[in-house]
Write a protein that binds this ligand. Structure first.
Ligand code: SF4
Length: 210
């Protein structure tokens, strides 16, 4: 693992380059988005979530929709058949077990079909401003590449990041890493030549020269 001073330096550089969100997003919208996001880009999953909410209007109506109706609305999200089933079950469960409100704890969010730890953290962070770091593919790749964490499992990485970053920095760190991953340090082809932290990065030096 790299030293704390280096982590602070990385944080300061990214903070100058990227912004941090300043408003909460409706929890049902975020929940539908994360349920549609698996193997699907944001450009597909956000509009699909919005179409579903626009057609269904509320959780109760969506829980009564036919599965093939949901499938048509959320297509072309990958695995749309499985996702449609999970969305219907999730809406029913929210009504029956959570008084029609989106759960505010990780434990309860993870009881919903199709919602894992990362998805739960995204809802907690984006909708309820809870101090958690959602370990998605960008965050995992960046913290492993920069050796901020050597862990490979998202839950272990999350634990380590929560030990490194205090509660009041976690939302910020999450936003900075995700934007950095989307713009420069992406998992398939990091743009090392234009990277503002290439001098700190221990990534394969031969690749940095390309
Ligand atoms: S130098 Fe390359 S691998 Fe290292 S952080 Fe920058 S983009 Fe990522």
């Amino acid at each position: 693992m790299i030293k704390k001073e280096k982590i602070q330096k990385i944080f300061n550089i990214l903070k100058k380059r990227y912004s941090v969100r300043n408003k909460k997003i409706n929890p049902f919208r975020v929940l539908m988005h994360v349920m549609l996001a698996s193997r699907t880009t944001d450009l597909v999953s956000w509009p699909a979530a919005d179409r579903l909410i626009e057609k269904g209007k509320n959780i109760s109506n969506i829980s009564k929709m036919k599965i093939n109706q949901i499938e048509k609305i959320i297509y072309p999200s990958n695995y749309y058949k499985t996702k449609a089933k999970n969305i219907k079950k999730t809406c029913k469960m929210i009504i029956e077990e959570f008084d029609s409100k989106i759960p505010k704890t990780r434990e309860n969010l993870m009881k919903l079909p199709g919602v894992g730890g990362k998805s739960a953290d995204i809802v907690l962070s984006f909708s309820y401003n809870k101090p958690v770091i959602a370990v998605d593919a960008h965050v995992k790749w960046i913290v492993n590449t920069l050796k901020i964490s050597n862990e490979k499992e998202p839950e272990k990485i999350r634990k380590e990041l929560h030990e490194i970053f205090p509660k009041n920095k976690r939302i910020e760190v999450n936003d900075l890493f995700v934007q950095f991953g989307k713009e420069i340090c992406n998992t398939s082809r990091p743009k090392c030549w234009m990277c503002p932290i290439k001098n700190i990065c221990p990534y394969d030096k031969k690749r940095l020269k390309k």
